[in-house]
Design a protein around this ligand. Structure first.
Ligand SMILES: Cc1cc2nc3c(=O)[nH]c(=O)nc-3n(C[C@H](O)[C@H](O)[C@H](O)COP(=O)(O)OP(=O)(O)OC[C@H]3O[C@@H](n4cnc5c(N)ncnc54)[C@H](O)[C@@H]3O)c2cc1C
Length: 465
């Protein structure tokens, strides 16, 4: 271990994303003060840097194997909050969990949230995360105000949708490659209770599931469908639509209505040991899929559910990513336009069946309009599948990439671990415009990640190659 001029330890350690594939080794620092961040970003000790939040992106976007990865979770100070408007300003390393701890009891919620609370404000903005309300409210960047950024030159600048808009839009969804987000503003939304009114609607096949989504998701803010990837034939694509809206005080039983913002305690579990071959194999995944479908079918109808288990069911199991064993797993998430969605979904599900691959968790959702630049969502359907890394998986995923590309779709960079540069460029036609901004603010590619190296997302890149 060595130290920086300011005495901060720099160590070499194993680096990986939430999917634990791929892995690398590299230098790591955990700055707590702005001066240390500035020193790290401009230091001549390494050729490049990258900010990392809580490492909840799946593949290789959140580490830099060549230079120094800056773990930012200590940069988590709350700067201001306006209770009239809901505007919060905080350092980029503040986690969504801390925001909820502070603001949920006061009647405020996140405008957009991913399926885990263990993300940082800046990490979530750099991926422009989407939530169950994307069809109504868009992705997180739409609810952000000003960003304070540290650029490769060491200069600090502010940007927003109105001020330096090109930098703002290239940073939202820009995967940490335009600079380091020091502070960000986010507008929280008022809520009356910490409960959700949930409606569960089972569907026996893909057509009925898509019809349910189209019929119902416009009337409620939150919608997502769980899909059984094991079912075949007439049941292909069967699943369960889960709709939700914030409960009002008048929706609660009298005893609960006295303290409507009280949070449920929630059960906690963890994956205690690393199963060498993983706890999830084709047999356990199959069993889970059909059991879960039948369980949800029995729950059909409306119920009240505590807000956090509704939004973050996976957070109840610590380190659940270890269930896939040491080889790790890949989360494959794509979006396709509505016009090609049905045929692509059928094609992907049939291809999985032919290959004998079932996904443990599979989520189908409708997106509303997108935000441009490298932001992932656009209007259409998105499907998320989890696959353990096994021999032959990547050739199979290349085949899926071709289907998605032909359908006019693309993959989510926050989940990507293995896409090739040609596919990336074809899927993201806005890349050249994004690269123009990168060239202006980071001409020597000071900000790099394993993913940006793999995909060639660099100022020095020649696009016609
Ligand atoms: C269980 C689970 C459920 C999820 N559900 C969803 C979902 O529903 N929707 C969705 O969109 N995503 C989802 N995700 C993905 C996750 O929300 C995103 O990857 C999120 O951005 C991770 O935040 P993080 O703080 O861990 O960032 P990291 O994973 O550490 O980093 C992500 C990116 O942000 C950049 N970054 C981090 N900090 C900064 C900074 N200060 N300045 C500039 N760039 C920075 C990094 O360089 C990297 O490119 C889920 C992930 C998990 C594990």
């Amino acid at each position: 271990m060595t130290k920086t001029k300011a005495g901060l330890p720099v160590e070499t350690r194993k680096l990986e994303g939430w999917g634990r594939y791929p892995t690398a080794s590299g230098l790591v620092m955990r700055p707590e003060k702005l001066s240390a961040v500035r020193e790290a970003v401009t230091s001549e000790r390494w050729t490049s840097v990258l900010a990392r939040g809580l490492g909840r992106s799946y593949g290789d976007p959140a580490f830099n194997p060549e230079g120094c990865t800056l773990f930012t979770e200590r940069l988590d100070r709350l700067i201001s909050f306006d209770p009239q408007s809901g505007w919060l300003r905080a350092e980029g390393g503040l986690s969504f969990r801390s925001i909820l701890d502070l603001f949920l009891p006061r009647g405020w919620f996140l405008p957009v949230t991913p399926g885990t609370r263990h993300v940082t404000l800046a990490g979530a903005l750099a991926c422009d995360v989407h939530g169950k309300n994307h069809h109504r409210d868009g992705s997180l960047g739409r609810h952000a105000g000003r960003l304070r950024m540290l650029l490769a030159s060491g200069e600090e600048v502010e940007c927003s949708a109105k001020e330096r808009p090109e930098l703002f839009h290239a940073t939202i969804g820009g995967m940490g490659l335009t600079g380091l987000i020091l502070e960000a503003e986010l507008r929280l939304v008022p809520i009356q209770t910490a409960m959700i009114r949930q409606q569960v609607m089972p569907a026996g096949d893909l057509d009925s599931l898509m019809a349910l989504l189209e019929e119902h998701d416009t009337r409620v803010p939150y919608s997502v469908a769980w899909l059984d990837t094991v079912a075949q034939g007439r049941s292909l694509g069967r699943g369960v639509l889960l709709l939700g809206q914030h409960a009002q005080v008048s929706d609660l039983p009298v005893a609960h209505a006295r303290n409507p913002l009280r949070r449920g305690a929630g059960l906690r579990a963890c994956v205690p040991v690393e199963a060498p071959g993983g706890l999830l194999n084709p047999t356990t995944i199959r069993a889970f899929n059909s059991t879960y479908f039948n369980l949800q079918k029995r729950k059909a109808g409306e119920s009240l559910i505590a807000l956090e288990p509704y939004f973050y069911p996976l957070d109840l199991v610590d380190d659940w990513n270890r269930m896939y064993g040491r080889s790790g797993f890949v989360q494959y998430q794509f979006v396709v336009p509505a016009s090609t969605a049905r045929s692509t979904l059928v094609g992907v599900l049939e291809a999985c069946a032919r290959k004998g691959l079932a996904s443990f968790l599979s989520v189908l959702k409708r997106f509303g309009p997108g935000a441009g630049n490298l932001s992932f969502p656009f209007e259409g359907y998105t499907l998320t599948l989890d696959f353990p890394v096994v021999p032959g998986l990547f050739e199979f995923l290349d085949e899926l990439d071709r289907m998605v590309l032909e359908a006019g779709g693309r993959l989510y960079l926050a989940k990507d671990a293995r896409m090739n540069p040609a596919t990336f460029r074809a899927m993201y036609p806005e890349f050249p415009a994004w690269l123009e901004v990168k060239r202006q603010v980071d001409p020597h590619d000071r900000f790099r990640s394993a993913q940006s190296i793999r995909l060639g997302m660099h100022s020095q890149e020649v696009l016609s190659r």
